[in-house]
Ligand binder design. Structure first.
Ligand code: AMP
Length: 371
């Protein structure tokens, strides 16, 4: 069986690693030199929308998927006329634009932050008036890891913020006073079967994911995690069914008391689910491939708690990482650059206390290294 993957970063690499034992052959389209996915499949070096490259990808594949969401929608549609493409290009269309995404949440009864589209300085001023502050101005397109976002605390900042984002189409979003950030990963098969992984707690800093823990721990005065899980499962299912989605969909959430507000969709495997490689019966990567290829989905439950920590900017000495009891190290083979995701470490434990202690041990090393 052969799968074509648009994008050749670390998510592609881990898809390729999951493909290995099933003898699924991967071909990646990637313009950048020495892509992280290279050791796990063949690389077609070229632009994501180069017709000759896409035609070759279709020739070499039984189905095509993506490992990042900014694949040109037209390229995905062109491929979809020739070969099964999952998730559907419509999902890309929704996820590529924060305004489409927010409207999609609202139209499907999924709560999200109050928002307003902003296409001019006058509209920004009107949106501030309507939503109140603090709020976040976000570009509609090409934002990730907190890029293309400005926090607004004072109406006086409107003009500087608008020129700071270079006047590109944006949305203003009210700041959500969340208790914590969660995510839910949903997978839907070609036959319509749906499964979700345990709901994940995520910690960001500077807009970048630092670590994730699954299942999300109970909080002393919070709602039971089982109730949050039920809600997350229901909204995840509603979204994949509304899109006729096939593959893994990640939904980033804010927890406010017992409410869940959707922040963002990722129509692909997701950084917050890396723990599933060791922590779940079937990883997000394997189930994504199974879904895209029309194979039966695997179990998504997690027998023991675990956590993943991102290695950003610099990789601590390998012997130090490997010396941590219960740690599984994943390096992506990328050149170090400040803030760049270079790898992750998953820690497993018999209970959450053990996971928390091991998580602290990894964080001590990474913080030592990144300053
Ligand atoms: P995003 O690129 O939309 O995923 O935003 C990156 C991070 O910024 C999120 O994970 C949150 O930590 C924070 N953030 C984004 N939007 C909001 C919001 N409306 N209220 C509070 N925090 C936010």
């Amino acid at each position: 069986v052969r799968v074509g993957i648009i994008g050749g970063g670390q998510l592609g690499r881990m898809l390729g690693q999951a493909a290995g034992p099933l003898d699924i052959r991967c071909t990646f389209v990637e313009p950048a030199a020495s892509p992280a996915a290279a050791p796990t499949g063949e690389i077609l070096a070229g632009a994501y929308d180069d017709p000759a490259v896409l035609a070759e990808l279709a020739r070499r594949s039984d189905a095509v998927t993506y490992e990042f969401e900014n694949v040109p929608v037209e390229a995905a549609r062109w491929l979809a006329e020739r070969i099964p493409v999952h998730p559907t290009p419509d999902a890309l269309h929704v996820a590529q634009d924060r305004l489409h995404e927010k409207r999609f949440f609202r139209d499907n009864g999924v709560e999200c932050a109050a928002f307003a589209p902003v296409a001019s300085l006058a509209e920004l001023r009107a949106a501030i008036e309507m939503l109140g502050l603090p709020a976040i101005l976000k570009t509609r397109r090409m934002g990730y890891d907190g890029k293309g976002q400005l926090y607004l605390a004072d109406p006086e900042q409107a003009e500087a913020a608008w020129s700071g984002l270079r006047g590109v189409p944006s949305i203003l979003e009210r700041v959500v006073p969340f208790d914590r950030e969660l995510s839910v990963l949903v997978v839907r098969g070609r036959d319509g079967a749906v499964a979700t992984w345990p709901v994940i707690e995520n910690r960001h800093a500077g807009g970048i994911l630092r670590w994730s823990i699954a299942p999300a721990p109970e909080r002393p005065h919070g709602p039971p995690v089982a109730a949050l899980q039920e809600r997350a499962d229901a909204l995840g299912r509603r979204l994949v069914e509304a899109l006729g989605y096939v593959g893994v969909l990640a939904v980033e959430l804010f927890q406010v008391g017992d409410r869940l507000l959707a922040n963002e969709l990722a129509p692909r495997v997701h950084n917050s689910g890396h723990w599933s490689i060791e922590g779940s019966f079937t990883s997000q990567f394997e189930n994504h491939l199974r879904a895209v290829l029309g194979l039966p989905l695997g179990r998504t439950d997690a027998p023991i708690p675990c956590a993943s920590v991102n290695l950003l900017g610099r990789v601590p000495a390998l012997p130090d990482l490997l010396a941590i009891d219960g740690a599984r190290v994943h390096l992506y083979g990328k050149e170090p650059r400040p803030g760049r995701k270079l790898g992750h470490v998953t820690v497993l434990g018999r209970d959450l206390d053990e996971v928390a202690a091991r998580l602290d041990a990894v964080r001590a090393l990474t913080e030592l290294q990144t300053g």
